[in-house]
Design a binder for this molecule. Structure first.
Ligand code: IPE
Ligand code: IPE
Ligand code: MG
Length: 255
């Protein structure tokens, strides 16, 4: 039985969810297993994953999500076979070259987080161009986490603060949660309300560790290439049923 069948087939619906998270993070996982289960090479799963990404962005816009962060390549994904790493780099280039004009026309603002120094110059340029072209757009903000690792991001922020302390620009006692948040690459972006991971795995894999302090997690039992609007709506429905307490107590309805 497929993962999706095991979970009960979701029905595609055009309804709008009652509660819409402002920021959704998506860990797009399971491309390789999607392909292997069909006796296809893993790269085929990644290619189909790009189509799922397009569906995801469209659905997020339709639903009214303001920020969508997609985890597309982790700092640790360099440990994969070189051919697969090359394919993933190629797919990012393809996505940016092929989809950027449409994203721009749809008023999507693209922001990229992750380490850029060890990326090829042509990819770095595409990232700069995508951000520059769309920086004044006011619709969905699409945050592309590429070559991203949250521990590395936090370490870099702490290093910058340490440099400011050493230079006398910041006093040690002034270092606080807000200062660290503002030094992260996600500065100015609200913390994710909802983090969705496909493929059944239930872990963060170095994604938005700091920012996810009070996120709700939904783990979908489908592989990423099968992701669609119904899957997003199912995740949002689950989110809407959660009681977010942020350390407080549930607000009881009045007498
Ligand atoms: C997600 O699918 C894509 C990336 C991590 C870049 P995977 O390639 O991790 O697929 P599985 O988890 O091996 O099935
Ligand atoms: C997380 O998936 C990274 C992305 C989705 C880009 P992985 O497949 O790399 O994570 P692990 O290795 O299963 O934890
Ligand atoms: Mg994986």
């Amino acid at each position: 039985m497929s993962l999706r069948a095991a979970a009960g087939e979701a029905t595609v619906t055009e309804r709008s969810p009652a509660v819409v998270p402002v920021h959704v993070g998506v860990i797009m996982d399971g491309n390789g297993r999607w392909a292997t289960s069909r006796k296809l090479p893993r790269v085929e799963g990644h290619r189909r994953g790009v189509e799922a990404l397009r569906r995801c962005v469209r659905a997020a816009r339709e639903v009214g999500i303001r920020f969508l962060t997609i985890y597309s390549f982790s700092s640790e994904n360099w440990s994969r076979p070189l051919t697969e790493v090359r394919e993933l780099m190629g797919l990012l280039k393809l996505f940016l070259r092929h989809d950027l004009a449409d994203l721009h026309a749809d008023n999507v603002r693209v922001k990229v987080i992750g380490e850029r120094d060890n990326l090829a110059p042509d990819i770095r340029q595409l990232l700069v161009d995508a951000e520059a072209l769309t920086c004044n757009n006011t619709g969905l903000t699409l945050v592309v986490a590429f070559n991203y690792g949250s521990r590395q991001e936090i370490a870099a922020a702490v290093s910058r603060i340490a440099a400011d302390v050493a230079a006398g620009r910041v006093r040690p006692q002034d270092v606080d949660v807000d200062m660290i948040s503002q030094r992260l690459e996600t500065a100015g972006i609200p913390d994710p309300d909802l983090i969705v991971r496909t493929s059944g795995e239930q872990r963060l894999s170095n994604f938005l560790l700091w920012q996810a302090a009070y996120s709700e997690f939904v783990f979908l039992p489908i592989y990423w290439p099968d992701f669609d609007k119904a899957a997003l709506l199912a995740a949002i429905d689950e989110y809407a049923r959660r009681d977010r307490r942020f350390g407080g107590v549930t607000k009881c309805p009045g007498p």
